[in-house]
Design a protein around this ligand. Structure first.
Ligand code: HEM
Length: 177
């Protein structure tokens, strides 16, 4: 690994672990706050929409660079980063009031839901450092490395965004409580 590349690894791992530690504390250890505000009930749908937006920006961003449209690629990838960051903020606000969600449905949907949820959670832990590294490699004009890492970042980020929508749809349609 080049010297300029390894320089960014420490801060990227630090930021990613700080986000992960904060989310684990928020969802599993913090006592949830109380609210009956109308906007709160709409947050899961807002979050799913932000994930859908990220998936669209990502797909158009890849199409753009495949056609050599660099400005469009940058605009789409920056928009994907902003919509995913906004998702993270709304997710944190939601879990400030709601601890972990119990899945009560029985039958065929149960293994499907847990497969999607577990792969979604595991890959979302990996996606934060990957996105930060991919962005940093682009900003520091290390495009050969950017392209190499981005070949991992793109499918993982897309998977996390799409499964985020699926988790919402399954909970919305199958969870009775
Ligand atoms: C985290 C967000 C980003 C992702 C996931 C991403 C993804 C990709 C991917 C998958 C490729 C390779 C396309 C191929 O197979 O031909 C690529 C190439 C490229 N990206 Fe990005 N990109 C991101 C952000 C950026 C940014 C912010 C810039 C500019 C500052 C940028 C500039 C470029 C350039 C110039 C190439 C072409 C490199 C070459 O062919 O040598 N990307 N990007």
């Amino acid at each position: 690994m080049k010297k300029e590349q390894s320089k960014a690894i420490g801060p990227i791992i630090g930021i990613s672990l700080a986000i992960l530690g904060f989310l684990i504390w928020l969802i599993y250890f913090k006592t949830p706050g109380e609210t009956d505000a109308e906007w709160f009930a709409k947050l899961p749908a807002v979050n799913a929409s932000l994930n859908a937006l990220s998936a669209c920006f990502l797909s158009f961003g890849l199409l753009a660079i495949k056609r050599g449209l660099k400005k469009a690629h940058i605009a789409m990838m920056v928009s994907a980063t902003l919509s995913s960051s906004l998702f993270l903020i709304c997710y944190i606000i939601y879990h400030n009031y709601q601890g972990d969600t119990r899945f009560l449905a029985e039958g065929f949907i149960r293994p499907i839901y847990f497969f999607i949820l577990i792969t979604h959670i595991l890959l979302s832990m990996v996606v934060v450092p990957l996105v930060l590294l991919t962005l940093w490699l682009a900003i520091s004009k290390q495009f050969t490395s950017h392209k190499k890492i981005a070949h991992w970042t793109f499918p993982i980020w897309l998977y996390v965004s799409v499964t985020g929508i699926l988790v919402y749809l399954i909970l919305h349609n199958f969870n009775a409580a």
